[in-house]
Design a protein. Structure first.
Lengths: 317, 290
């Protein structure tokens, strides 16, 4: 077990170091020298020379990369050339907005998906079961930004039930929740069906098991059997999927933030790409990568704890 | 010769077709897949207008007999633009999927059949690529090298190789110690012959299913990047850029978004249902759990 965790941890660190080096390499791969890229149109010979020295660009590549990695490890992501503020500060200002969105979406999807999956398993082949089978496949496949656009069109432009722009007044919780509904729905909708299908299939498996049969033989009421004995075990595979879901939702969050003009890492990244603000692009990609890698790691470890069969699976599967 | 007869590719096709015909969702998927294929191949003849023809007098019109799906902010016919946009989507998915599948097959076989150290390196590489948030990295790369359809294709290829590589590796590993492969090796067959004559036919079905399920992912990625203004360059129509135009004028007319989303929804549903149905046919074990 410990070996599995250290191995996965090692791979995760490797991935993050690789990501940082890749970003570093890309900045150096682009034609022209990095100072003029970073300074953009404001580049004058004096500014360039100064930046060259400040960034240590006169040093050999390996030294530069080492320094860069060291700085990143200390949480120094460089400086935004436009506002002169540290990139780390800018990124961590936006991160909470994205996290709230992602966690709301996955939370809501779980709250809807688990009962739906449970019901589908108990009333197998009922119309609700069949409908959820088709709809879940459908909503997983449709790109989330299309769902976001349709939601925006219908619920805020046509019916004006929900606001279309921003994250709400800071301090006004009701207003913030109101702003959160549509983006979270667009992001989480695909996951409702996915979670429901997962819960359904593991429920069907668990309902056949001995302890459930015993509970039934004791004459326990059906809702106790389902709630206390079956679901408790059937929910485990879903828990591990959620970690993975949080990671993949980051990409979906990017689109939701852009469509609903909501602050967050995705919107920050998109704006930085459009203005060619390289330090901010690098900073936000790095922070998301770390977040993504950590959530995958947590879900892998949870999975291994819950399902011993998978522990050695890193190389067999 | 007798081996070829045993495989009987026509028999497999016919039996697959028989099973598929009994699955309404799979048939729905197949019809959509065929429809999209026909529409995109014949787009130049089917499109009633030039997709880039600007007509300022008929801006943002609702659907009518003249413009089946309305017009956009420059008075361009949305139906024609969607047909041409389908060509972009299909070009990207065909190119990206075939190239990443070819590389994935090569690397996956190498990992599954080659020496152990190579296998380890390849598996770690696959895991590493899969651990990056693709869209985020795509954005960073586009920021550096500039937006173009080719950049998008390369990014999708790199991101998809591990999907195919891992499946091919698992299947190859499962096959390498089977009796018929051992027998073949004992008779002195070369590695290349074993891999392409014996391993390949056995992994073709799962790969085909995987590719079918991968089309929505690739189409969604291209549309997503074009929606962000990072894919095709204007005025080239892409489903993503049509949606982006519609998004900018969402308060003036709902039609560009309504119409622009339909092909994306149809393609994703069609290929997913088709792929799911094929998976059920080739791997009935999965069906029970549903």
């Amino acid at each position: 077990m410990l070996r599995f965790i250290t191995r996965r941890l090692g791979i995760s660190v490797l991935i993050i170091v690789l990501a940082v080096s890749l970003m570093f390499g890309m900045i150096h791969m682009i034609p022209g020298d990095p100072t003029s890229v970073i300074l953009g149109p404001r580049a004058t010979p004096e500014l360039r020379a100064e930046l060259n020295q400040r960034m240590g660009l006169d040093q050999p590549m390996a030294v530069q990369l080492g320094r860069f990695l060291g700085k990143v490890a200390r949480g120094d992501l460089g400086e935004d050339p436009f506002s002169q503020r540290p990139v780390a500060e800018i990124v961590f200002e936006q991160l909470p907005f994205t996290l709230i969105l992602v966690f709301t979406a996955i939370g809501a999807a779980t709250l809807l998906g688990v009962p739906l999956g449970c019901f589908s398993a108990i009333r197998r082949d009922s119309w609700l079961d069949r409908a959820s089978a088709v709809l879940s496949v459908a909503f997983i496949a449709i790109p989330s930004f299309v769902v976001a656009l349709y939601a925006l069109l219908l619920f805020s432009v046509r019916w004006q039930w929900f606001p279309a722009i921003g994250a709400g007044e800071s301090g006004d919780i009701a207003d913030q929740v109101h702003h959160l509904v549509l983006p979270a729905m667009a992001l989480g909708l695909g996951w409702v069906g996915y979670i429901a299908r997962l819960v359904r299939s593991s429920m069907l498996e668990v309902m056949e098991e001995n302890h459930v049969r015993t509970a039934r033989a004791f004459g326990l009421p059906e809702h106790v059997i389902i709630g206390r004995y079956a679901l408790r075990i059937a929910i485990l595979p879903t828990v591990t999927i959620l970690g993975l879901g949080i990671g993949t939702m980051l990409s979906g969050a990017l689109f939701a933030e852009i469509v609903f003009s909501r602050p967050g890492i995705g919107k920050l990244l998109h704006e930085a790409v459009m203005t060619r603000n390289y330090p901010v692009v690098m900073g936000s990609v790095l922070v998301t990568t770390v977040f993504f890698v950590v959530s995958t790691l947590v879900s892998d470890i949870l999975n291994a704890i819950l399902d011993p069969r998978l522990r050695g699976a890193g190389d067999q599967q | 010769m007798s081996r070829a007869k045993l495989l009987r590719p026509d028999g497999l096709l016919i039996s697959t077709w028989r099973k598929l015909r009994r699955d309404p969702l799979g048939m729905f998927g197949l019809i959509i897949v065929l429809l999209i294929g026909v529409l995109t191949v014949f787009a130049p003849w089917l499109a009633p207008y030039d997709p880039n023809e600007v007509d300022v007098y008929s801006r943002l019109l609702p659907p009518s007999g003249d413009h089946w799906l309305g017009t956009d902010q420059l008075g361009r016919d949305i139906y024609s633009r969607l047909l041409w946009g389908g060509r972009v989507a299909m070009k990207v998915s065909l190119l990206a999927i075939s190239v990443s599948m070819a590389i994935g097959i090569a690397l996956g076989m190498l990992a599954g059949y080659g020496p152990r150290w190579l296998d380890r390196i390849l598996v770690v590489t696959f895991d590493t690529i899969r651990s990056f948030p693709t869209i985020m990295f795509a954005l960073a790369i586009v920021a550096l090298v500039g937006s173009s359809l080719n950049t998008v294709i390369v990014i999708i290829i790199i991101a998809s190789i591990p999907i195919y590589g891992r499946v091919v590796r698992t299947q190859t590993l499962a096959l390498r110690d089977r009796d018929f492969i051992l027998a073949e090796r004992a008779m002195g067959a070369s590695t290349v012959r074993i891999l392409f004559r014996h391993v390949m036919p056995n992994i073709a079905a799962p790969l085909f299913i995987l590719a079918s399920m991968d089309v929505p992912v690739v189409v969604g990625m291209e549309a997503g990047l074009s929606f962000l203004g990072l894919g095709v360059k204007p005025p080239t129509p892409s489903w993503g850029s049509i949606l982006n135009d519609g998004y900018s004028y969402i308060r003036n007319s709902p039609w560009p978004i309504i119409a622009g989303g339909i092909p994306l929804i149809l393609v994703t549903l069609g290929f997913t249902f088709f792929g799911e149905s094929l998976r059920d046919i080739f791997d009935p074990k999965l069906r029970k759990k549903g």
